[in-house]
Design a protein around this ligand. Structure first.
Ligand code: GAL
Length: 614
């Protein structure tokens, strides 16, 4: 495992680079990321390149034995370019072009922007494509962050019409698939299908899902251009990746990670402020590149940040625990953000490993200690026994139509994820199209969309002996976000021996017996033909005594959406005892590690016999 740091040499006088590099090497860091926002320092005016400073930066780091991750600077086009070619800028749903002055204000569809991105990347490759100090390239930075993935410019409109035409072939096919006769929305041609802008009341869910997919596809196409451009030049061992902020869902992170097999995420636990949510994100990116893929944390919070509501302090010991958490979740590299606190611009209140005056923060010492500790242990991990199914199409479909306030795709995912983790099980968050055959458990708490491919993937997993657990509203929508016309869960009712007949937004305090736990806000109601009832509803509504969870052979369906109910369900099925929610346990090498996220401790034991329930 390697550790590194994010650095902005263009922000600091040159005499600092050498002492900084020396300090980095001394504290055990081996990697340094530079350059991902430096376009105006590379090219202050069109075709006037000033790469000499970067030559010296690379030379300086190399002298201290540091390897470099070089960013392509396309998240921040320079002001001169935005003025010269305003068609690189994206347009909001209000029809206004986004202003320069910040970052991510570009349109990934824009031909001008793709051309300019290709041009600057070609310049970088020509100069640094074979530079021995560079061990990886980071393409762009946090695609989709700041709500930037979706754009309403004329080029996006034209491309969207073409995308739909390629998908449906004829406008009649689209009208049929989307059911546009409702509210008289029958489209006469593809040009009439406008990108969704605010309307009097809700927009069509099929159009919105198509738009979400289209926008993600455009971002992936933009990334693909750079991945291919870099791959064609750099030596084989040089890695290529792109980093996602863990909370962003508008771009299919898995599709991006599969461009190279190396996934990367930016981990700011104080964004979601819940260690289990962080753990979920870690296990999502960890497997995004495929079951054989690998993952890095390209930016790891290392002290207070500047962009949440309150930006609280980070207690002593926390940064060390975050480093351990990354290591135990199987990351190959962690780069801390950022080396020095910035004296200028938007992120002055963001901490660094060094303060504004260059003195080290508490995190500096913690990171140095964590690097030394983690280097001594064997983190060899067995393949996770649990696959938790996730796909961006389900994320978008549920986001578009949650049926009620307060329910999110992620909260449903966490119901099953937290349950599995509390039982000490390692979880790989994967797509239903990944190879599920080796998993003991396949959990699908939010598998909203049904497709023939999904049905056959689940059937195959069942045939291979996996226990498959579906969650509420499983497989209710078809791929166009239209309700399925067969019994639910679509395609699985024969195997289940039961069907879902009502999908309720629950407002009563419905409980699940025998555990007395809450049912949550989505509760499904079943009719059972030939299935075992393993839990029932109670709480004084008409649901009392009706099945809450059913099973036939190794296929299960949980009709509830609550983490305590999922925990009791999985505890019963696996025969394991849940640990407290703030404790994560990992069997690695010949040891068991426990992270206590409240006490901020990492305990290491020999193999823990208490792991299995008596
Ligand atoms: C990330 C971003 C970095 C920096 C950081 C601050 O989202 O990639 O450039 O802004 O947040 O926490």
């Amino acid at each position: 495992m390697q550790f590194g740091v994010c650095y902005y040499p263009e922000q600091w006088p040159e005499h600092r680079w050498d002492t900084d590099a020396q300090l980095m090497a001394e504290m055990g860091l081996g990697l340094v990321r530079v350059g991902e926002f430096a376009w105006s320092s590379y090219e202050p005016a069109r075709n006037q390149f000033t790469f000499e400073w970067l030559d010296r930066v690379l030379e300086t780091f190399a002298q201290h034995g540091l390897r470099v991750v070089l960013g392509t600077p396309t998240a921040t086009p320079p002001v001169w370019l935005a003025r010269e070619r305003p068609d690189i800028l994206s347009v909001g749903p209000d029809g206004r072009r986004r202003a320069y002055g910040s970052r991510r204000h570009t349109c990934t569809t824009s031909a001008a922007y793709r051309q300019e991105a290709t041009r600057i990347v070609a310049e970088l490759l020509q100069r640094y494509g074979h530079h021995p100090a560079i061990m990886a390239w980071q393409v762009d930075n946090e695609m989709g962050n700041h709500d930037s993935a979706r754009c309403w410019c004329d080029e996006c409109q034209t491309a969207f019409s073409a995308w739909l035409a390629a998908r449906f072939g004829s406008i009649d096919a689209l009208n049929d698939a989307w059911g546009t006769a409702f509210w008289s929305m029958t489209y006469p041609d593809f040009e009439a299908v406008r990108l969704p802008v605010p309307t009097m009341t809700s927009h069509h869910p099929a159009l919105r899902l198509a738009h979400a997919k289209f926008a993600s596809d455009q971002s992936i196409a933009f990334l693909r251009l750079q991945f291919a451009q870099i791959r064609a030049v750099v030596p084989e061992g040089v890695a290529i990746t792109t980093n996602f902020y863990s909370e962003d869902t508008a771009v299919d992170q898995r599709a991006a990670a599969r461009l190279s097999g190396l996934a990367a995420m930016d981990n700011y636990p104080q964004g979601p402020q819940d260690p289990m949510t962080t753990a979920y994100h870690l296990d999502l990116t960890r497997w995004a590149g495929g079951l054989d893929g690998s993952a890095w944390i390209m930016e790891q919070q290392a002290g207070p940040i500047n962009w949440t509501e309150k930006n609280p302090q980070v207690p002593d010991g926390q940064v060390r625990v975050w480093a351990w958490q990354a290591a135990l979740h199987g990351y190959d590299a962690v780069l801390f953000f950022r080396w020095r606190a910035s004296r200028f611009a938007q992120e002055m209140y963001h901490s660094g490993l060094l303060r504004h005056d260059g003195s080290p923060t508490g995190a500096f010492a913690e990171i140095r200690a964590a690097i030394a500790e983690i280097a001594t242990v064997d983190l060899d991990a067995p393949k996770p026994s649990v696959a938790l199914l996730q796909s961006y199409k389900d994320v978008w479909a549920i986001e578009i139509n949650p049926h009620r306030a307060g329910l999110t795709h992620r909260s449903m995912q966490l119901d099953a994820y937290v349950a599995a983790r509390r039982l000490g099980l390692d979880v790989a968050v994967v797509d239903s199209m990944d190879d599920l055959s080796d998993f003991e458990w396949v959990l699908a708490p939010a598998l909203h969309i049904t497709t023939p491919e999904r049905i056959s993937a689940l059937t195959k997993a069942l045939d291979a002996g996996a226990n498959v657990v579906l969650g509420p509203r499983a497989m209710v929508m078809n791929r166009e976000n239209a309700w399925s016309d067969v019994a639910l869960p679509a395609g699985m009712t024969d195997l289940l021996g039961a069907r879902v007949v009502e999908t309720l937004s629950q407002t009563a305090d419905v409980r699940v017996d025998p555990w007395g736990t809450k049912a949550g806000v989505w509760t499904d109601v079943f009719e059972v033909d030939d299935a075992e009832v393993i839990a029932t509803y109670s709480g004084g509504t008409y649901l009392d005594g009706r099945p809450a969870a059913v099973r036939r052979a190794n296929l299960y369906y949980a009709g509830f959406s609550n983490v305590a109910s999922w925990t009791r369900l999985l505890a019963g099925l696996t025969g394991r005892e849940p640990r407290p929610r703030h404790v994560e346990t990992f069997a690695r090498g010949d040891r068991v590690y426990s992270i206590d996220h409240k006490a901020l401790t990492v305990d290491i034991h020999g193999v823990d016999a208490a792991f299995e329930a008596p």
